[in-house]
Design a protein around this ligand. Sequence first.
Ligand SMILES: Cc1ncc(COP(=O)(O)O)c(C=O)c1O
Length: 463
Amino acid sequence: MKPGYHDIYTRYRDNITRGVLKPGDKVPAIRVLAEELKVARKTVETAYAILTGEGYLVSQGARGTRVNPDLSLPAVKPPADEQVTGTLPASLISQRERAGYLRPGIPALDGFPYKKWLLLAGQATRSMRQEEMLNPPVLGWYPLRQAIARYLNISRGLSCSAEQVLITSGYSGSLRLILDTLASRSDKVVFEDPGYFMGQQLLKRIVPRLHTVPVDRAGFDTDYLLRNHHDARFAIVTPSHQSPLAVTLSLPRKQQLLDWATQNEAWIVEDDYDGEFHYTRKVLPSLKSLDRHDRVIFMGTFSKTIMPSLRLGYVVMPASTVEAFTDCADITTSGQPVLTQKILTRFLDEGHFFRHLKKMRALYQRRRDWMIAALREVYGDLFFTEQNDGGMHIVAFLTKGSRDREVAQCWQQQELQVNALSEWYRGSGKRYGLVMGYNNVRTYQEALDLLERPKRQTLALLS
Ligand SMILES: Cc1ncc(COP(=O)(O)O)c(C=O)c1O
């Protein structure tokens, strides 16, 4: 049923009093709103006349009609949670979105070349052609696929073509598409234990036969895989810096894993989420670079190298699967925004990406050293760390006990968004500690100050 003048009046009044429409906000012209609601102009005119008469709206001639800028309404009291965050109630903000420090995996926000990015964004916007405003290509904007193939072939030792690169929205987009394309519901999938928390949650929802394989100091335990899950069809692994333990998969195990996949026609999904950040050796070969039989599906993300809100990642499809991926993507995805892909392409093609990575490697190494030193300074030997190649987070293991959940909770209360390591485990053999980011700690002093915040409670829990 078409709204009458009274319906329009109450919609506006309610939205203004609830603060959805704010003083000074423009409202649509009478003609436009009448067309939108498919009502006579007179109907809208009457509603606006009443709202103006009651002081909710003011007409500003050629500048249109607005919510009265002088309107002062009794402040609507937000629920308690909302006052804390200023936006959404905390209960509606997922753990990943909560503000705070030391969150694992967030790149240094003060190190990003924003000015350059904005300049490229302007250029990319001006270069948008009409045909690029139609539906985006489901496999990704071709020049970006080319730029990523070039980058991976140079930096990660791959030898892929642009046709094998598929652009996604990041981890879950990539993983879903891989499984949608290649897995059947009866396929056994193995994941690391401990393993990426969000990955576990996602896989538990979508994979009926999910199993785990333990991780030790040499990475994913391939002997265990061969003994217990020889028949798996997919192994999802983080070989460069295991998530969360940050260990690197040893070369013999890499070979063993590749041999297993080749002999069993299984797929290895290599999640190279932070392989760019290595500090101890010059280059860390990706598993894919050793894959002679095209059994590895490589996936990466720009969340760690650029920013998580970009929401762009990629999959390198084995040559034999390109057609299957294309068919599946055509039905199950709608592509990524072309404009963002264009900006990123320029960033890669003009060499800014390489420069940025080089700068970030040096910066992260420094910040990691500060964090480890500050941990020692503030907590002595209550925690210890293990020397790893790199990555975007460290694990502060508890020297004694298993109370990492309580410790993590008390750090979170001080806005330190660390995770309890034991929560990332599924089976036995749990280790205990805190998974923490360090990339945004700008000075050694800042590291000390942050770690001092929960000191009293932490000592009480651990001593
Ligand atoms: C193990 C692992 N894989 C992948 C990702 C990347 O996720 P996304 O591309 O969705 O940001 C992350 C981010 O934290 C991660 O920790």
